[in-house]
Design a protein around this ligand. Sequence first.
Ligand code: ATR
Length: 306
Amino acid sequence: MSTSKFAQVGLYVERLSEPNLSTIWLLGQPVEHSLSPLIQNFALQAMGRSAVYLSAEVTPELLSQAVSGLSALRALGCNLTVPHKQAGFALCHRVSPRAQVVKAVNSLKFVGEGEIEGENTDGLGWVRGLEAQFQIAWGSVRVLVIGAGGAARGVVGVLGELGCTHCTVLNRTPERAENLVEELQVCFPGHADLQVGSLEQFSKFVAGVDLVVQTTSVGLDGRASPVPLPEVWPGHVILSELIYHRVTPLASSVSALGGAVQDGLPMLCYQAAEALAWWFDLEATKIPAAEMLALARRKISGPSPG
Ligand code: ATR
């Protein structure tokens, strides 16, 4: 082993042997391709925290046991990813108002004797990621949301919290969009204009908005699109997609038409930063979110040629 490799291993061994080392976990199924361990361990190291972030694949049947086990081991907390966010909500003794709106949690904190607190940082992470790239006046922005599942609930909930007054939700199953808007309208100012529509009406609605948020996983295969691909795109409209594993046909079309597009990587990194701030009770500005994003971007782009 080369001297530098040995020094590196020595560092890990020293770190993992710290007597008060805290652990934070990611529980999901699958978890093997997750970027969370990379960005979270980078941030923990950069912040000088005596903690490591580990991931474990857990089936839905064993989620409750796994969470109790982590609590018994005095882990600091954990992230929950697909498919555990809603089941995790039911395991909490207390949840934040934001998690209560979404009825799902992506972060748990183990406090006191077996007490579990729940938070959902997805919506806020999405906002912070968007604000890192674009200037958005939330009170006047008109938003079109594609999808009405768990991810859409997080986005719509936080839009209401930010004082957004124009929001339309398009979904394959219209009743689900209607239910979402009905349930979440309490988050919005009283005079807000909330509408629902079908996916086929996409081009009609795009003409009257400033921001489109694509929350479904359709397009992950690189071929499908949840809405008819646009033939024209208003120059000022931003497309925000929550997918980050690949460029979707919708994102390609919008880029080709000159529109601004953001993928889901900023959301992933900023929700991770918000969770760290929550676990350690810190201001979000103390978390190196931009560097976490740069690292994740390098990782998914692969090694640069040459
Ligand atoms: P998530 O938590 O990722 O949002 P979800 O709660 O299962 O997952 O929601 C998935 C969303 O993607 C829903 O809006 C779903 O539409 P339906 O409510 O009609 O099921 C949408 N979706 C999934 N597959 C789709 C497809 N092939 N075309 C269009 N929308 C789709």
